[in-house]
Design a protein around this ligand. Structure first.
Ligand code: ATP
Length: 363
């Protein structure tokens, strides 16, 4: 089921009673989530991710705009009739019910032609329990399960009615690092096996990059970029997106373009043919530095050898951050001691952004 947002906007009254300034949590979202995809809503805290999810589920009503499931306008359809499965960060399982009873719970209210017998409900519960690999724990109460297992039960409960759309709000945040990794792979597998259009909220870019078909990168209620994770990483639209994606983060320096060259402190560090003279941010992915070069001067602080790679930790007087990191092959000869040295920059890993608008300058 594809999900289409048309000029979707949600405004909340301001926090301060004296000021009438509204918070625009979601500002004119206008995009389509294709059928059967796993889509991540990604952005820093307060950017409107949960509100977007709540608008799609029907937990919140929009101030303006519409939500479509396929061709159907569901904007005024209440949450219980939208055919969505919901999973939240805090599992929200019923503590006094067993795993099986928790999973069965949403089936008990089905009416008319949809009504199921007890046996049918058990059958369906077992089917989804197998899908999320929790079938051996059906008789346990939630408190006798690990966090990861509880979250699987929550996912099974959301899936048991075979929703048109599965919506997950920070589903992995309460899990420890290892379980988180494992559960995100599980989520990907479950989504692939069911083919249910799945939208999940996360502030963790690595999580989104690793499992999503598509990412919606947001900030302060505004969509900044939508695309496949690798495409966004390779081709960020603006400085915010470039900085938000990637671990270690992109390295950013101030400079200016003069006569088709990026100049930093009088050094001509990079070619920018055809770019009009202006002040810019030069942003370089950690893997974008070629060691033992001749153009980009830096001050090596130390190196960290990590098997295949070597990280060069360096400072630069025009860098936005005190510590910068280049990752190069361990085969490169990188001296251990600190000192001045030069990189060259790989064009595919180096981006220019306007200092004025922070938008990408393409050339
Ligand atoms: P987080 O990652 O911290 O959960 P988020 O990206 O999910 O954040 P939202 O919870 O959607 O962000 O909130 C977006 C903005 O809307 C925030 O400024 C928040 O304070 C505001 N907001 C959300 N819900 C309400 C509400 N019920 N009343 C007033 N303001 C709200």
């Amino acid at each position: 089921m594809k999900v289409v947002l048309k000029h979707l906007t949600k405004k909340f009254p301001g926090k301060n009673k004296k000021s009438h300034e509204e918070v625009i949590a979601v500002n004119d979202f206008d995009f389509e989530i294709p059928d059967g995809k796993l889509v991540g809503l990604l952005g820093p805290s307060g950017c409107g991710k949960s509100t977007t999810l709540n608008l799609i589920s029907g937990l919140e009503a929009p101030t303006e705009g519409q939500v479509f499931f396929g061709e159907d306008d569901v904007t005024n359809v209440p949450v219980e009739n939208r055919g969505v499965g919901l999973v939240f960060q805090n599992y929200a399982l019923y503590p006094h019910l067993t795993v099986e009873e928790n999973i069965i719970f949403p089936l008990q209210n089905l009416k008319g032609a949809e009504k199921l017998t007890k046996e049918q409900m058990k059958e369906k519960a077992l089917e989804v329990a197998k899908l999320v690999q929790i079938e051996d724990y059906m008789e346990r109460k939630p408190k006798a399960l690990s966090g990861g297992q509880q979250q699987r039960v929550a996912i099974a409960r959301a899936l048991v009615k075979m929703p048109k759309v599965l919506l997950l709000d920070e589903p992995l945040s309460n899990l420890d690092a290892r379980l988180r990794l494992q559960t995100r792979e599980e989520l990907r597998r479950i989504q692939k096996e069911t083919g249910i259009t799945t939208i999940f909220v996360t502030h963790d870019q690595e999580e989104a990059m690793s499992i999503c078909d598509l990412m919606v990168v947001m900030k302060a209620g505004v969509v900044h970029q939508i695309g496949r994770p690798q495409d966004i990483y390779d081709d960020p639209k603006n400085l915010f997106v470039a900085q938000f994606l990637g671990t270690p983060p992109i390295n950013v320096f101030t400079g200016k373009v003069e006569n088709g060259k990026v100049m930093i402190n009088g050094d001509d560090v990079f070619d920018a043919p055809g770019v009009p003279d202006q002040e810019v941010y030069l942003a370089v992915r950690p893997e974008g530095f070629i060691p033992n070069g001749s153009r980009f001067r830096y001050m090596r602080e130390r190196r960290e050898i990590m098997g295949r790679d070597v990280s060069i930790i360096f400072t630069h007087e025009n860098a936005l951050n005190p510590n910068n990191r280049a990752i190069v092959s361990a085969e490169e000869n990188i001296p251990e001691q600190p000192g001045e040295a030069f990189f060259d920059l790989k064009p595919a890993k180096t981006f220019l952004f306007s200092r004025e608008t922070e938008e990408r300058i393409r050339f």
